[in-house]
Design a protein around this ligand. Structure first.
Ligand code: SF4
Length: 367
């Protein structure tokens, strides 16, 4: 991913320590990366790799796979080798799976050293193996699995409780001289989550993985994530993001990328500027916008296309865009960079916009 110079809304990025998640840098001045997680049974290697390929095609930078059983741990080396993007193994409790993931070539492991210490004091060996294999780690503190000690102290998963847990877990790695890890402090409530990340960010230079956990179905989860990530990223907090949706993971990636593009933290590819329609509309704006979006979905150049319902704001917006149309009286005026290049009948608006967009994209590709 490329980074744009932050716009005014965005405070300078907080300088965090940079780590490597395979070929993707996280933290420091690296672009904010987008992650997702597979929903397949990890040991079903074919379907898992297929889903990873779909996520890669959608623009996912890093993928995480769950590893609840031995058979999943056994599958990690093949998955890590065949994936085109870095693979993170998500492991709770069993240190032996952590070693399998590290030795199997996973780029990183999500692990909670506090859990491991409770069962088996192997944190030192994990730090050593991770260093030997160039594997990074993530401490993933979650409201739902907060240490009972902290739950008792704070009464519930408050921002302070999440942060205390994360800082303590971080110290378990740090006391062995291990620093190649990032941290998340997830909560389902965006306000609690935002506060937790703010507090955590004040206390150290760890790279931060942002997430609103169990954010819900696509609509609610998208809004919760966009609100929380927007609040944090605009203050320069956050190095990698994962949108959690009860929806196919490709949707998480699309939302994640859109959030970064909306904040000006990632170069836009296609942007459709379409009006909401109103009583003045002289064309079916929803259908027009949908058809243009569908027709241009594979275009990978930063093109701004305006689709406007009438001549009130239409020509103005259409002129501001690379390409646009303003509709009225059964016709559409087609603009390229502010110049009217054609006036076409209504049923030719979509094909004309698609044709012109492809011509512009070709030119941009040649420049
Ligand atoms: Fe209404 Fe025209 Fe504005 Fe669309 S462009 S919202 S139709 S006034």
């Amino acid at each position: 991913p490329t980074v744009k110079k932050p716009r005014e809304l965005i405070r300078p990025r907080k300088k965090t320590r940079q780590i490597k998640v395979g070929s993707v840098l996280v933290g420091g001045d690296a672009p904010v990366s987008v992650q997702s997680m597979t929903t397949t049974k990890t040991h079903e290697i074919g379907p898992t790799l297929q889903q990873i390929a779909e996520l890669t095609a959608a623009g996912c930078d890093i993928v995480r796979v769950a590893c609840p059983r031995q058979e999943d741990a056994d599958a990690l080396s093949v998955i890590a080798k065949q994936s085109n993007i870095p693979v993170i193994a998500d492991i709770h409790f069993q240190p032996k799976y952590v070693f399998a993931a590290i030795k199997g070539g996973c780029a990183a492991v999500r692990v909670n050293p506090g859990n491991i210490r409770k069962f088996d004091d192997q944190v030192k060996d994990i730090c050593q193996a991770a260093s030997d294999y160039g594997c990074s780690l993530r401490i993933g503190v979650n409201a739902g699995s907060l240490d009972p000690r902290l739950l008792k102290k704070y009464g519930k998963a408050t921002p302070e409780a999440l942060v205390e847990s994360a800082v303590w877990e971080a110290s378990l790695f740090e006391e062995h001289g291990f620093h190649d890890f990032k941290i998340s402090v997830k909560h389902h409530d965006p306000v609690t989550m935002v506060r937790a990340y703010e507090l955590l960010s004040e206390q150290g230079d760890w790279p931060l993985h942002l997430g609103v956990t169990e954010a819900g179905p696509a609509f609610q989860g998208t809004i919760k994530s966009a609100t929380a990530f927007g609040a944090l990223l605009s203050r320069g907090i956050g190095d990698t993001i994962r949108v959690s949706l009860s929806a196919p993971p490709v949707e998480e990636v699309k939302v994640g990328i859109e959030i970064l593009q909306s904040l000006g933290l990632r170069e836009r590819t296609l942007e459709i500027v379409s009006c909401p329609s109103c009583g003045r509309a002289q064309v079916d704006v929803y259908k027009l916008a949908e058809d243009v979006t569908e027709g241009l979905k594979d275009l990978k150049v930063p093109l701004r296309v305006a689709v406007m319902g009438c001549v009130v704001n239409g020509p103005g917006e259409a002129r501001e865009a690379d390409l646009g149309c303003a509709s009225g009286n059964g016709k559409g005026q087609i603009f390229i960079k502010g110049e009217v290049v054609a006036t076409v009948p209504e049923d030719q608006i979509v094909p004309t916009l698609i044709e012109k967009a492809n011509e512009l994209a070709e030119k941009m590709g040649l420049e």
